[in-house]
Write a protein that binds this ligand. Structure first.
Ligand code: PLP
Length: 384
């Protein structure tokens, strides 16, 4: 195997992060202590939401969000095919059916026009979705106002999968404030914007939804002063079936420490993205689209080759040069496990065409200009 010298994404861990984690390791609480609520409150405040629920990863958070929105067998969840499988799988965990809406050619996000057309058809057939998962691809917010207007008209709930997008903005406001989403989900996997090792968080502005997600995160158990006063200080009760999806205090301390550098991270990513745009001018490819309504958090920098037939050779050239390029995403409906459900090539042609051209270039705050220059010169050689 060729060693990857420049990965596509990489965490940034500083001495203060190590000290924060060490302090928890030496404290009384490794889990269920004060670090998790402190991290939750800090992210909620930072993003302008009133409630936050942290969990062991974003996949669990998506599951909690679907459960809290009462997604059940017989219901439908719709999402974009241009995402990680978790955005769709969460519906299936609840026994719901999953369907997709094709993407916009420019933003690469779920296309509100295609969504409107599919909703109109679904209404005639009496099979409207209960939940739509809108994914902020590469860190760029979906057109949430347009999707929100459709939610008002057709009555579905919105989960914004902002796994790529903490620190991003939409219409001048932070992603996660819940203006157009019932629940927003962040991932803190090491390739994402800030990390807790593994971890995720749900933000929302509805106390009942937050309370339900928090209860489901811990076995569906309720424990509070009122019920203990009635039954005894040992008392707790499981009132519905939940899971153990808790985040540890070790993870939360790392996340809280990382959160202090969120703006710096996004600024560093944006500077490198702008620099890629300049360096790649004139190459036979399309650089990421810029949206007047949104400021991306720049989780990913994705180029689209004019000639899709060359994608594999270009990708292999870069990997052979030690550059850890990647592809985001194989359309979810083309995964074997989804084809078994009846999906087939041709179902979502814009996402499928995009996939044949896409290459994700390295982008992370610690990427040096010299390393970025090397990526660009290898790409030039590969395209020559
Ligand atoms: C990373 C990611 C997830 C899953 O996050 P985990 O924290 O790894 O579970 C879900 N959706 C999208 C769009 C992602 O990129």
């Amino acid at each position: 195997m060729i060693p990857i010298v420049i990965p596509y994404g990489r965490q940034d861990i500083r001495d203060e992060d190590v000290a924060a984690v060490e302090a928890v390791l030496r404290s009384k609480w490794l889990t269920q202590g004060p670090a998790v609520p402190r991290f939750e409150e800090a992210v909620a405040a930072r993003c302008g939401a009133s409630h936050a629920v942290a969990a062991n990863n974003a996949t669990s958070v998506l599951h909690l969000a679907c459960m809290a929105l009462d997604l059940k067998p017989g219901d439908a969840l719709w999402t974009t095919p241009n995402t990680f499988v978790a955005s769709a799988n969460c519906g299936r965990y609840c026994g719901a059916s999953v369907d997709f809406v094709d993407i916009d050619r420019d933003s690469l996000n779920l296309d509100p026009i295609a969504l409107a057309a599919k909703l109109e058809q679904a209404e005639k057939g009496g099979k409207l979705p209960k939940v739509v998962v809108a994914v902020d691809f590469a860190g760029l917010s979906c057109d949430m106002a347009a999707i929100g207007a459709l939610a008002d008209r057709y009555g579905f709930r919105i989960i914004e999968d902002a796994s790529h997008a903490i620190g991003g903005h939409y219409q001048g406001q932070p992603v996660g404030n819940g203006r157009h989403a019932d629940i927003t989900v962040f991932s803190f996997h090491p390739v994402k914007i800030i990390t807790t090792g593994e971890g995720g968080m749900a933000l929302c502005n509805d106390a009942a939804l937050a309370e339900r997600m928090a209860r489901l995160r811990s076995h569906g158990i309720r424990q509070n002063a009122a019920i203990q006063a009635a039954e005894g200080p040992w008392y707790y009760e499981q009132i519905e079936l939940g899971f153990n999806y808790r985040m540890t205090d070790i993870q939360a301390a790392l996340g809280y420490s990382q959160l202090a550098r969120l703006d710096d991270y996004v600024a560093a990513r944006r500077r490198l993205a702008d620099r890629y745009d300049r360096l790649l001018a004139g190459f036979p490819l399309r650089t990421p689209w810029r949206d007047a309504k949104a400021e991306s958090a720049w989780h990913l920098y994705v180029i689209r080759l004019e000639d899709s037939a060359r994608r594999r050779a270009v990708f292999e050239h870069l990997r052979a040069a030690g550059i850890g390029v990647n592809v985001h995403y194989i359309p979810v409906h083309l995964q074997p496990d989804y084809r078994h459900l009846g999906f087939a090539p041709g179902d979502f042609p814009i996402a499928e065409d995009y996939y044949t051209r896409a290459i994700t270039l390295p982008l992370y705050p610690g990427l040096s200009d010299a390393e970025q220059d090397r990526v660009v010169s290898e790409l030039r050689a590969a395209l020559a």
